[in-house]
Design a protein around this ligand. Sequence first.
Ligand SMILES: Cc1cc2nc3c(=O)[nH]c(=O)nc-3n(C[C@H](O)[C@H](O)[C@H](O)COP(=O)(O)OP(=O)(O)OC[C@H]3O[C@@H](n4cnc5c(N)ncnc54)[C@H](O)[C@@H]3O)c2cc1C
Length: 300
Amino acid sequence: MTFAERPVSAPLFEDLPGDISVSFEFFPPKTEKMEEQLWDAITQLAPLDPSFVSVTYGAGGSTRERTHSTVSRLVRETQLVPAAHLTCVGASKDEIAEIADQYWEAGVRHIVALRGDPPPSSGGVFTPHPQGYAGAADLVAGLKARHDFDISVAAYPEVHPEAASADADLDNLKRKLDAGANRAITQFFFSTDAYFRFLDKVLAAGISAPILPGIMPVTSFAAIRRMSGNTEIPGWLEIMFEGLDERPGPRALVAAVAAADLCRRLYEGGVRDLHFYTLNRAEQAYAICQLLGLRPKPGA
Ligand SMILES: Cc1cc2nc3c(=O)[nH]c(=O)nc-3n(C[C@H](O)[C@H](O)[C@H](O)COP(=O)(O)OP(=O)(O)OC[C@H]3O[C@@H](n4cnc5c(N)ncnc54)[C@H](O)[C@@H]3O)c2cc1C
């Protein structure tokens, strides 16, 4: 039975066995209060036994120390597998090698390798550091030559805004995987069709690596618009959030429902690995996992 053929009387989240694997993304905290919030989120989500938890890297390497200290604390104080995001922007290959060595020595084995966005002063054009990497594919090759990292890279179901074409963007994804990356995590999206169409193209291109959908519960529509790039924001989603700008409580609940519905449809299409952009909050990701049948693992 396909999803569309399900009887209307069937509860949407009925009897899901929880046969999914999840990963969670966090950002490094700026203040003590944010640090507390982050660790509260990590503590709440850890029992769901994520396959890894990743920590982002601020634009242009602006969070280098904070990302490192968050990831190192994850290694020291938890059983979780941490993944450190790392970008090429504004860094020479030697600087990146030094960062990679520090991670390896700290026991970090998973890197999310990215090019990074060009700084606002650049007019939106990425120019590699004179002694740096030209893009994420080169970075993957450089990291892999240095240490045998497990590497994730970015993928764009609705095409990266700077790509010459969808095919060129797919070629670039293939280059990143051929250079040694093990999986890709997608930019957030709201159209399951966009994701599944992209998967078809990925498979047709001979790519067999996992392409984890990046799930972003909408916490702020303004922020989603700012970050969306080519990601289509469907009209029905806008209507769903109408009038909620000043109502954070209902907005968070609606966002969880919308994201859970997206995940449910991905699940129906065979997806079993999901990556959550948590924005350092546990409630929505936890609630969605709960609806999908996932339960805390004893001892995790
Ligand atoms: C899961 C995920 C996590 C992220 N985490 C962070 C983070 O922590 N910190 C941060 O600053 N940013 C982060 N980003 C954003 C990312 O840095 C930007 O989207 C950036 O603009 C592109 O990075 P990339 O690794 O995809 O670049 P690349 O894969 O290098 O691609 C960049 C662009 O160049 C094009 N391109 C690449 N090679 C060629 C070539 N040889 N010829 C022609 N065109 C080419 C590609 O098609 C694409 O348009 C993240 C994005 C995702 C999806």
